[in-house]
Design a binder for this molecule. Structure first.
Ligand code: FMN
Length: 207
């Protein structure tokens, strides 16, 4: 699989007219290549002073509007995005010699969209969202489990769990999307879409 991609490479002529359609193609190929979680992506944010931080999150939806993940708005990433609403997403599909990097402005998803996704989560994950003050120090694991147990007795399985007001989605609206394909002799293909007033421009970058 890896060799096949490396031999084929990508050319400007192969690319879809927009990066979301191109992403759909590569995401499908990553899924078919048997990845455990092809939707795991490294989200990088920066605080108001420009200091960066990164962590993995799961892509939960994407369309022409952008790429969506869900998290705790009070977490480190949430606080940073509040102060500096720009982010980078990196899909590290190493085993097929590919990488996709999205960068752009970030906005919160609407509460309806958040609620619709929250309702699809397993009961335990819904309670976990309430139990965890994500990114804050906690005295011990027991404290966390105690909070969870209290929530379990308050909202037993089958009972609707309200969406935590401090929890929801972020959408990264792409400004640039780079598709990287490993090739022999380090002459990798890098094709980058940039948003323009009337669509997308594509440039090839040196590897
Ligand atoms: C594979 C994987 C998927 C994850 N998915 C999410 C996610 O979708 N949302 C989330 O808030 N944290 C997710 N996490 C946890 C984050 O990496 C991180 O620990 C957490 O969000 C706190 O980050 P912060 O303190 O930088 O805000 C995931 C971790 C891994 C390893």
């Amino acid at each position: 699989m890896r060799r096949q991609y490396a031999e084929e490479g990508i050319t400007e002529a192969d690319l879809a007219p927009d990066p979301v359609t191109q992403f759909t193609r590569w995401f499908g190929q990553a899924e078919r290549a048997g990845f455990l979680e092809p939707n795991a992506m490294v989200l990088s944010t920066a605080d108001a002073a420009g200091r960066p931080s990164s962590r993995t999150v799961l892509l939960k939806g994407y369309d022409q509007r952008g790429f969506v993940f869900f998290t705790n708005y009070g977490s480190r990433k949430g606080t940073e995005l509040g102060a500096n609403p720009f982010a980078s997403l990196l899909f590290p599909w190493h085993s097929i010699d590919r990488q996709v990097i999205v960068s752009g402005a970030v906005e919160r998803t609407g509460r309806d969209e958040t609620a619709a996704y929250f309702r699809t989560r397993p009961h335990g994950s819904q309670l976990g969202a309430w139990a965890s003050e994500q990114s804050s120090p906690v005295a011990s694991r027991e404290v966390l489990e105690q909070r969870f147990a209290e929530l379990e007795s308050r909202y037993p399985e089958g009972e609707g769990v309200p969406v935590p007001p401090f929890w929801g989605g972020f959408r990264v609206v792409p400004q640039t999307v780079e598709f990287w394909q490993g090739r022999p002799n380090r002459l990798h293909d890098r094709l980058r879409y940039t948003a323009a007033a009337d669509g997308w421009t594509v440039e090839r970058l040196c590897p």
